[in-house]
Design a protein around this ligand. Structure first.
Ligand code: GLY
Ligand code: MN
Ligand code: MN
Length: 438
């Protein structure tokens, strides 16, 4: 659980880097499922990280230079009639106490109250984002502030995104965040291990999905962290296959990419295994290559290593494997440089993981400078090989024999960078050939 003191520390840490700027954050939009039915609300991750406040139509302001109010919330006020339909609202009074704001206003008063927090600021920190109407509101206020500058002598003359500062903070997970991530991982591990037992020829992909997601929900996870991918046979060659409606057959592989969201933090795990009890010879050969690439990549996850290193290592192992099979030919350096392996491996080997599944934060610190891994970072390591039925080799590369087609394999773990190296958070889901056939 994230305590109010931690939210407060995060705001203080951010404010210490804002100088005389004022930072503004808007809650997530409400997404429509169809007509007047909405998806469950999911707060914007930046907004949640700084406030813990989980309602739509809200704005958070950080004004470190303001005499009285440094943290201001604008929220929906209590409204008994509305709450009967849409659930409880925290309201102005309770928000102040519960979320530690110095001042809370009804959201309808934003236009009236916001200027006092901008007048003395030398810049506005606001990321022009998905809330287009709110982008316009902020630009309008900025314009007014600039127009009043000559008389006032103060006011923001610049606007900057908060992302570089805030997202660098979010990249390094605190002990409390890691506790929630471990919980998300533990639930997801259990779900994967059961799903593997449950899978057998004749069952449908959606039955496996249902078993996975039942375990998520039964353990108080919010639900899947992303649409669960349960992809058998040729479907395993579609990276984001989510139909999950096919009957699984013996001699096929099943690729499951699924993880839950617990307390807003996410797990992201992929395993690929035989629907029946044994890999076919071709499946086994390709699986061994992907596993070798994944283990070699994980070994590169340690403090100080450039982010890209584990991807580069995975690519090299995959390419070597494909060359040994005669599926790629020529000079290995050229194959890698010119990305001739891309028909087989078209995605990157991982991403940051946290409040967002593809978590925020920079991968680079300049055109050719990769971010260094540091303790508290969490990455996924997820190499794969996908030989779709229609795969076309890059010009000049060998034709791909029929026996390899229709096989897709990915192995994905969540890996924490520690002081001395790394910890594979998802290690309890087996991945050796023997265990996958068991
Ligand atoms: N499940 C999404 C991903 O692996 O990136
Ligand atoms: Mn995944
Ligand atoms: Mn992933």
């Amino acid at each position: 659980m994230i305590l109010p003191t931690e939210y407060c520390q995060r705001r203080e840490q951010l404010m210490s880097k804002l100088g005389n700027g004022t930072a503004i954050f808007h809650s997530a939009p409400v997404a429509v499922m169809h007509n007047d039915v909405e998806y469950n609300f999911r707060q914007d991750s930046d907004f949640f990280y700084l406030t813990g406040f989980n309602e739509p139509q809200a704005v958070a302001v950080l004004a470190p230079h303001h005499q009285e109010h440094r943290f201001i919330l604008f929220v929906q006020p209590k409204d008994a009639e509305k709450e009967v339909w849409t659930g409880y609202l925290t309201g102005v009074e309770a928000a102040k106490k519960k979320f530690g704001a110095d001042e809370v206003y009804p959201i309808a008063e934003l236009d009236e109250k916001l200027p006092q927090y901008l007048e003395k600021a030398d810049q506005i920190y606001y990321h022009l984002g998905r809330e287009h109407a709110f982008n316009k509101t902020i630009l309008k206020h900025w314009q007014r502030m600039m127009a009043g500058y000559p008389k006032r002598g103060t006011g923001p003359m610049a606007m900057a995104s908060t992302n570089p500062i805030l997202h660098a903070m979010r990249q390094v997970k605190s002990p409390a965040e890691l506790e929630l991530m471990r919980k998300a991982v533990d639930i997801s591990v259990e779900a994967h291990n059961y799903a593997r037992e449950f899978t057998q020829p004749g069952r449908y992909e959606y039955e496996v999905q249902a078993e996975l997601e039942k375990i998520f929900r039964m353990q108080a996870a919010l639900g899947p962290a992303y649409p669960s991918i349960v992809a058998s046979g040729v479907n395993s060659c579609v990276l984001h296959y989510v139909e999950n409606n096919r009957q699984m057959q013996d001699n096929e592989l099943l690729l499951i990419d699924a993880g839950c969201s617990y307390g807003y933090y996410n797990a992201d795990i992929t395993r690929t295994f035989p629907v029946g009890t044994k890999f076919t010879p071709e499946q086994k050969i390709l699986y061994e290559i992907v596993l070798k690439a994944q283990l070699a990549a994980i070994a590169q996850v340690k403090p100080g290593n450039p982010y890209n290193q584990f991807h580069d290592v995975a690519v090299r192992v995959l390419v070597e494997g494909l060359m040994d099979l005669g599926l790629l030919a020529g000079d290995i350096e050229e194959i890698i440089k010119e990305e001739k392996y891309k028909p087989f491996y078209m995605h990157r080997t991982g991403h940051w993981l946290g409040l967002d599944v593809h978590d925020c934060g920079s991968y680079k610190q300049g055109e050719d400078v990769w971010q260094s891994l540091q303790p508290g970072h969490v990455v996924t390591v997820e190499p794969g090989l996908y030989i779709g039925p229609e795969i076309k080799p890059v010009e000049g590369q060998p034709e791909i024999p029929e026996k390899w087609r229709g096989i897709g394999i990915r192995i994905e773990d969540d890996v924490l960078v520690t002081e001395s190296g790394h910890e594979v958070l998802t290690a309890e889901v087996p991945k050796s050939i023997e265990e996958m056939e068991g």
